[in-house]
Design a protein around this ligand. Structure first.
Ligand SMILES: Nc1ncnc2c1ncn2[C@@H]1O[C@H](COP(=O)(O)OP(=O)(O)OP(=O)(O)O)[C@@H](O)[C@H]1O
Length: 263
């Protein structure tokens, strides 16, 4: 299926991310040789002459799109379809094998893997996280209470003064999201963060995504939660087996996707 996109007049919109025929290939070394089974032995013989022990995973195949200021774009697709890989490439964390990604400024990836230190308290992590994003000490101080309130980690006691290792995985993810969301980003990339909180936290996150869009940034959201995508995104890219299967208004793409997944 050819990706389709109905655009408003291009001259009124400013592009923030352009992906042009992007291919991304992982090279896995140390893959198991599957010693023992007859099929593994046969495939070893067939592969003789190729680089032994390196397996290639072609995760994104020829994806092109242009994102504009003020858009919130959902990335959907079944497991392993290449959503996180594409997001990491937009963030500049993975090289393109072929094609190019052009971005306006440095996109910020806010995901469950953002680096926070387990042995430091929530407080220290908030301060360090803000400074690491380039906020000044003064901005950090100003936003501190909002970040802690937003994360909700202090709702059940004074957790912010305890080391992060005492937090549940949901609390960690919420704190990460809250720190990342405290800054106004030009291009914000969010990977599944909304799936980690309870309903109240998800609601705050969705409000924050809308606010970021309103101040004319671009937000990308990877999620398996179609409701979150519906509530926050006006456009959706559907990836399947690394290919862009559809690009269009949220409702149109989700309808086709739900038919495909049978949900
Ligand atoms: N570090 C890696 N090394 C090798 N292959 C990888 C690596 N990360 C992902 N892959 C592979 O690339 C493909 C795309 O993975 P990716 O994580 O981008 O998919 P996804 O759509 O985000 O999946 P999910 O919905 O399950 O999170 C998969 O086949 C996966 O096995």
């Amino acid at each position: 299926m050819k990706p389709q996109r109905q655009a408003t007049p291009a001259e009124s919109r400013t592009p923030t991310v352009i992906a042009d025929g992007v291919h991304i290939v992982y090279r896995v070394t140390g893959a198991s040789s599957g010693k023992g089974s007859a099929t593994a032995a046969l495939s070893r013989i067939m592969r003789r002459g190729e680089n032994p022990g390196v397996r290639e995973v072609h995760a994104v195949k020829g994806v092109s799109f242009t994102a504009y200021k003020g858009e919130a774009i959902g990335l959907i697709g079944t497991n392993g379809s290449g959503k996180s890989t594409l997001l990491r490439a937009v963030a500049g964390l993975l090289p393109c094998e072929q094609g190019r990604i052009y971005t306006d400024g440095q996109p910020s990836l806010m995901g469950v893997n953002a680096a926070l230190m387990d042995d430091l308290t929530g407080e220290r992590n908030v301060t360090l996280g803000c400074l690491a994003m380039g906020m000044s000490r003064e901005q950090t101080r100003e936003r501190f209470d909002d970040i802690v309130d937003f994360s909700g980690i202090n709702e059940k006691g004074d957790f912010v003064t305890l080391p992060m290792r005492t937090y549940s995985s949901g609390m960690r993810a919420r704190l990460r999201f809250s720190i990342g969301a405290a800054k106004d980003h030009d291009v914000l990339l969010i990977d599944e963060a909304l799936a980690t909180g309870d309903r109240a936290f998800q609601k705050r996150s969705e409000d924050r995504i809308r606010a970021l869009r309103a101040q004319a940034g671009t937000v990308f959201l990877v999620s398996h939660n179609n409701k979150s995508i519906r509530d926050t995104c006006d456009r959706v890219l559907w990836l399947e087996r690394g290919e862009l299967r559809m690009d269009g208004p949220t409702e149109q793409v989700l309808e086709a996707y739900e038919k495909f997944t049978g949900k």
